[in-house]
Design a protein around this ligand. Structure first.
Ligand code: ATP
Ligand code: MG
Length: 506
């Protein structure tokens, strides 16, 4: 008897619950004020944090700030025409985005709606934009390289799949170019790329998309864009959307690279939102929870356990420093929640050392374990050489007499720095990089004028591509340069050298 009553009670409770649910989701909020991409509504008392609200014409907002009688709304559409008295209906849904292969090659906004003039993204699978990061038991250590095709990174600051590496530097120091080159290097790796443009100028976003298209990389990439003129809500949501799109590929066992360009603009958008919603800013005029905002995004980058398919999501967040101040609030936060940073220095950049990576201020904490063996061996001595170069240069500049051995290291260090220069849009394969490191390490550049180093290595790589592709394939397959490969490399270097110095081949 009592069991029956209990069961009946459960049924009634269930029915009431569903009535409550339906009533709740017909709940309407009335706009009492709006402007600058945010608004306030009264009425929708049981709306939840993060719930989507809709006006009858489809205009969308996000419940973002829950106060006792008033809900702060972040609009995800242009909201100039929202005015007091407008009705916003609580939808019972959180922000979500269509995911899957359908998105490849597309440019979408933070709700996954096309920005490229193409057809709507048709996908049966949607995922919430904000989800919890995988737990510790679901993660595996980083163990495979994330090849960037950029010599100075792959040699001295190698990245691994599932790593979070911050790209940091002043304005116009090549941050976007570095990230874009890392994307272009994935053409043959099968790694899916997601580029989140947050708060950038429309023209800059268009340039990135155009480069991806002309380099035939767009079809392997998804672009999530919220330009500087887009609603603040779009800029707030865009990195989470990009992460969700990337994650869906990771959960399918794929490897993914996500670039967030930039989290400084993201923090700025969030600060504007917080001020407009009347939340007081904290230290350095940023709301205190901006740290948590970025931590919860970057925590989602990982290598999944094999039991879950072994996919990975590598994150390259970008942040802008002012006058090289890496100790400012946002950079410090980001440094503390990533596995290292690539610091781009404006002085190096202006001296023509590009990419302008300052090796001394850069670190990659987990990628070293995943670095291809062939590069690790060739780079081990060069790392030290590069580190000493700055000091030796200072000595030399003050006219100090260098010991012959020190002089030799100094000269080789200068050639190493030349050798690690690289133009944009020219990612290299691992075997190219190995050949370059081999050439320096074996002293082949020591007698070459410094200004000829770049040209020399360019000709060497062109020659290897033309007549020695099997040698390059072999180096990558063996992950080593065995004696016979070394002999062939030496012959190639000698041949290019003869051409360079103009001597007739003997
Ligand atoms: P912003 O702070 O404005 O976003 P950024 O740090 O992203 O700038 P980029 O836009 O990538 O910098 O690059 C700035 C300029 O430097 C561009 O004109 C770009 O073409 C040039 N540049 C970047 N990397 C290289 C390189 N490796 N070699 C030559 N030029 C480069
Ligand atoms: Mg940039």
């Amino acid at each position: 008897m009592s069991a029956m009553v209990h069961q009946l009670g459960e049924q009634v409770r269930g029915a009431l619950g569903s009535v409550h649910w339906r009533v709740r989701h017909r709940e309407i909020g009335i706009v009492i004020g709006a402007g600058d991409g945010v608004g306030r509504i009264k009425g929708a008392a049981s709306v939840r944090y993060g719930e989507l609200l809709e006006r009858a014409d489809g205009l969308t907002g996000l419940a973002f700030d829950l106060q006792p009688n008033v809900v702060g709304v972040l609009f995800l559409d242009r909201s100039e025409h929202v005015s007091a008295g407008d009705e916003l209906r609580a939808t019972g849904r959180v922000a979500s985005v269509a995911v899957g292969d359908e998105l490849l090659g597309r440019v979408v906004d933070a709700l996954g709606r096309p920005l490229d003039g193409g057809r709507p993204v048709r996908s049966d699978i949607r995922r919430p934009v904000e989800v919890a990061a995988p737990g510790v038991a679901d993660r595996a250590p980083v163990r495979e390289p994330l090849h960037t095709g950029i010599k100075i990174i792959d040699a001295l600051l190698p990245l691994g799949r599932g790593q979070r590496e911050l790209i940091l530097g002043d304005r116009a120091t090549g941050k976007t170019s570095l990230a874009l080159d890392a994307i272009l290097a994935q053409r043959n790796s099968g790694v899916i790329c997601v580029y989140a443009a947050i708060g950038l100028r429309k023209t800059n976003i268009a340039e990135v998309v155009e480069t991806l298209r002309s380099e035939d990389m767009l079809r392997q990439t998804v672009v999530v864009a919220a330009d500087a003129d887009s609603p603040a809500g779009q800029q707030y949501l865009a990195p989470y959307t990009a992460c969700t799109i990337g994650e869906s590929f990771m959960h399918a066992g794929r490897h993914v690279l996500v670039v967030y360009d930039s989290l400084s603009s993201h923090a700025d958008a969030y600060r504007r939102i917080a001020l407009l919603l009347g939340r007081p800013p904290g230290r350095e005029a940023y709301p205190p929870d901006v740290f948590y905002l970025h931590a919860r995004l970057l925590e989602r980058a990982t290598r999944l356990h094999d039991r879950l398919g072994g996919g990975s999501l590598t994150a390259l967040p970008i942040a802008t420093t002012q006058s090289g101040n890496i100790a400012a609030y946002i950079p410090t936060n980001l440094i503390s929640i990533t596995d290292g940073q690539l610091y781009l220095d404006s002085h190096l950049f202006n001296e023509g050392v590009r990419p302008a990576v300052d090796v001394g201020l850069s670190v990659s904490r987990v990628g070293g374990k995943a670095q291809p063996k062939v590069l690790r061996q060739l780079a081990s001595d060069l790392r030290l050489l590069y580190a000493q170069l700055h000091e030796l240069e200072t000595f030399a500049r003050f006219g100090a007499e260098l010991e012959p051995e020190t002089r030799r290291r100094y000269e080789r260090g200068r050639r190493l720095r030349e050798a690690l220069k690289q133009p944009r849009l020219r990612p290299l394969r691992t075997a190219h990089e190995a050949a370059v490191l081999f050439t320096i390490g074996q002293g082949y550049l020591d007698d070459l004028p410094v200004e000829q180093v770049v040209g020399f290595l360019g000709r060497l790589i062109a020659r290897l591509d033309a007549v020695d592709t099997d040698l390059l394939d072999g180096i990558e397959r063996d992950d080593a340069i065995p004696d016979d490969a070394a002999a062939r490399l030496r012959r190639a270097i000698d041949a290019v050298k003869r051409d360079t110095t103009g001597d007739a081949p003997s």
